[in-house]
Design a protein around this ligand. Sequence first.
Ligand code: HXC
Ligand code: NAP
Length: 265
Amino acid sequence: MQATFRCDGSTVFVFGGTSGINLGIAEAFAEAGATVAVASRSAGKVEAAVARLTDAGKRSGHDRPASGYALDVRDAAAVGTALDAFASAAGGIDVVVSGAAGNFLASAATLSPNGFKAVVDIDLLGSFHVARAAYAHLRKPGGCLIHISAPQASIAMPMQAHVCAAKAGVDMLTRTLALEWGPVGIRVNSVSPGPIDDTEGMRRLAPDEASRDRCVRSVPMRRMGDVRDIANACLFVASDAASYVSGTVIPVDGGWAAAGANVGS
Ligand code: HXC
Ligand code: NAP
């Protein structure tokens, strides 16, 4: 499917953009004409993503290479250094997507404090690190920060206390930053994917055929989403078509969030 929104000449940094949904988001922006950067912990994943995203840029008709940074979003200084470096090289930053996250199934009664902390530190504190360092770059008309959230932010799920708590914090960060940063031109929104096929997240949450089938049956549209569904939503949120959209959580989930407490039943 072709990108619906063009963003020729804009610059986009995707944290956690080296695999799965976030890589799909970065690729969609590159195909739509943007110069993109990605960051994650694994240098090998960063290198492979940069090659793929540079090719996507060429397909869109430009020859500006993608950039990549190996870093951990729990390291606030490293996040700031990468944003500054990309801004210098690309001539500024228009859009930041904050999607680095960790997840595993674990009961709250047995999860260690450090296990809970690991997910909160990556998803929530990491998002704050990204947002805080991005502020100086996005502080202009058209500046756009997108958090990649999850339905767990508003729907309680067993074995997901750590993720529910972390992503609820991410969505409240979205709303608070939209209030504080609206006056300087920055729009802040969450995009909340439902279960997305062929991703690490779903391999962890629905590791076998039976749990996958249960998951599909719980979605009103009776299918998992595609990475491209989330990428398209991000292209919309970053575009002028969404120029009055801020402080929102946008579910892209085949109706999953509407099912609320019935999810999984
Ligand atoms: C219980 C676990 C665990 C598990 C790790 N821990 N895995 N506890 N069950 N399966 C505990 C460890 O024992 C340790 O606690 C603590 O967590 C930190 O573990 P580390 O391995 O040192 O952490 P780290 O190297 O920082 O790795 C972070 C991680 C890892 C989250 C644990 O899984 C990771 O890197 N994940 C990134 C990829 C990922 O998860 N992608 C899916 C995103 S999907 P102790 O006490 O022993 O020290 C998503 C939402 C999907 O986010 C929503 C779908 C609808
Ligand atoms: P994924 O492929 O594992 O993506 C996670 C990305 O974050 C990877 O690039 C990973 O690369 C990076 N990352 C993890 N920890 C990091 C850290 N500490 N610092 C920097 N980067 C880090 O998983 P996914 O399933 O596509 O999920 C992507 C996003 O969508 C997440 O925000 C997730 O919560 C959300 N989501 C997913 C689903 C789903 O169905 N999959 C549903 C709802 C929401 P490294 O390992 O190299 O660090």
